[in-house]
Design a protein around this ligand. Structure first.
Ligand SMILES: NC(=O)c1ccc[n+]([C@@H]2O[C@H](COP(=O)([O-])OP(=O)(O)OC[C@H]3O[C@@H](n4cnc5c(N)ncnc54)[C@H](O)[C@@H]3O)[C@@H](O)[C@H]2O)c1
Length: 257
């Protein structure tokens, strides 16, 4: 694959949470192909090491670090190791996330609510807070957070807990982007409709639900993880320097059901 942005990504470092699978893995491979160093992180060590092998196969340098994003300590240790290995972090891609379980609003119990916010919101918050000092020191950094089309439609009937956590991620993105805009930091989020990854299985999506998602997409198909990775690459690039604080919807025109 040819380089999209000349040598802009060469030897710049990206840290990716949720890199073992789906969108996180696709981003790891795409950034590696552009010459970036890739810090792959996840809780699934087997698949995480597989991603690292793909990064190395693409000719880039990388490391794999186990880190549960719901643990402040583990995220802190991850960032420390990334900085010890590569010196500075130019890009952070918070891809770790899941709807965990689908149910009606009245059935969302405290355990599901806490789990959902800990993984999606706090996991993103911790990584941002731990990485930002390094970016500020270097007067440059781009943070990309994974939100979801769900935050626009609210997840009625199946995932109000998840949609709310993703809505909070967009607010977090907006606030951090605006607070640090004058110090070389950009921060954006991506709000996809359904994408073909293990996420749907991990979120207990039924066949009936995924058929309903697919029928609602004017482009006639569910998205691929590489199509989200391409947007993350553009957002981090020097072709995107006037964009910050916003979310971008990627849904094939649908995603309302
Ligand atoms: N696939 C979709 O339809 C879709 C749509 C909208 C938004 N998203 C969002 O995109 C992001 C990526 O999802 P995906 O589709 O690639 O899913 P995926 O299941 O393929 O990948 C998610 C990864 O996160 C990891 N993970 C789970 N809990 C973790 C934890 N506590 N600490 C660290 N890593 C953890 C998993 O091991 C997995 O490797 C998520 O934030 C998801 O909410 C996905």
């Amino acid at each position: 694959m040819s380089r999209r942005f000349d040598d802009y990504f060469e030897k710049k470092t990206i840290l990716i949470t949720g890199a073992a699978s789906g969108i996180g893995r696709a981003a790891a491979v795409l950034f590696a192909k552009q010459g970036a160093n890739v810090v792959c992180s996840d809780v699934d060590d087997k698949l995480g090491h597989e991603t690292l092998a793909l990064v190395q196969k693409a000719g880039a340098e990388g490391i794999y670090v186990h880190a549960d994003v719901t643990s402040r300590q583990e995220v802190r240790a991850l960032v420390k190791q990334a900085i010890q290995t590569f010196g500075k972090i130019s890009f952070l891609f918070n891809s770790a996330g899941s709807a965990i379980n689908r149910c009606s609003f009245l059935d969302i119990d405290d355990a599901l609510l806490d789990k959902t916010f800990n993984l999606n919101f706090k996991g993103t918050f911790y990584a941002m807070q731990e990485v930002l000092p390094n970016m500020l020191e270097n007067k440059h950094g781009v943070i990309i957070n994974m939100a979801s089309m769900a935050q626009k439609r609210g997840g009625p009937g199946t995932s109000v807990h998840y949609a709310s956590a993703k809505g909070a991620i967009n607010t977090l993105t907006l606030g951090v982007a605006r607070e640090f805009a004058s110090r070389g930091i950009r921060c954006l989020s991506i709000s996809p409709g359904p994408i073909e990854t293990a996420f749907q299985a991990a979120s207990n999506t039924t066949k009936e639900m995924s058929d309903k998602f697919a029928a609602d997409i004017p482009l006639g198909r569910i998205g691929q993880p590489e199509e989200i990775a391409e947007l993350a690459l553009f957002m981090c690039s020097n072709a995107c320097e006037y964009m910050t604080a916003d979310t971008v919807y990627v849904s094939g025109g649908g995603g309302w059901k």
